[in-house]
Design a binder for this molecule. Sequence first.
Ligand SMILES: CC(C)(COP(=O)(O)OP(=O)(O)OC[C@H]1O[C@@H](n2cnc3c(N)ncnc32)[C@H](O)[C@@H]1OP(=O)(O)O)[C@@H](O)C(=O)NCCC(=O)NCCS
Length: 175
Amino acid sequence: MNPIENTPETDTGNTVAFRRPRARDGKRIWEIARDSRVLDVNSPYAYVLWSQDFSETSIVAEIDGDVVGFVTGYRRPTAPDTLMVWQVAVDDAQRGKKIARRMLCELFEHCAPAGVVAINTTISPDNEASQRLFAGAARALGLRFTREPFFSADLFLDSHQPEDLYLLTPAAAAE
Ligand SMILES: CC(C)(COP(=O)(O)OP(=O)(O)OC[C@H]1O[C@@H](n2cnc3c(N)ncnc32)[C@H](O)[C@@H]1OP(=O)(O)O)[C@@H](O)C(=O)NCCC(=O)NCCS
């Protein structure tokens, strides 16, 4: 059973529900990624596959039955207690309503498998929205927020910026 199925919350007049993705959500997730004009857009097949096989570490937000945002993630193979967040996007019309932050919090607190205690993500230096999103999620979840170099620009074929690794870790780990 999906533990976060049907967990509506009211926000600015709309009812937002959070749930794990299913294969049939892949098309809509691909559209949101494409329309973001910021994310690297993966193939439609990749999002269908991800929604099927990485459902436990991913989440979608719905308003009136329409998927308006998603987070894709996986448990890091070398650190299974860590949720690596791969992509986050919210439909342009629904931004600024804390939907992205709430997806991250719902995913971490209610959806991710037991034993997941930390979040990692990579963010390019020019993506201020993403940096603020994860800083806010860290505050809301009571996690420490740090950054370190990760992928340098020369690793990419295109004119991709470098990607820093952002670590949201249990506060006690910092002591
Ligand atoms: C980044 C994105 C997911 C944020 O979605 P959202 O639902 O509007 O974000 P929230 O309302 O939860 O806001 C979270 C934080 O981000 C900040 N933020 C959101 N959009 C911002 C922007 N364009 N510029 C600066 N800060 C921004 C908010 O102010 C908030 O910070 P605060 O808690 O300090 O006030 C959305 O803008 C998006 O889909 N962007 C394109 C894809 C992308 O860049 N994804 C992230 C990289 S994987």
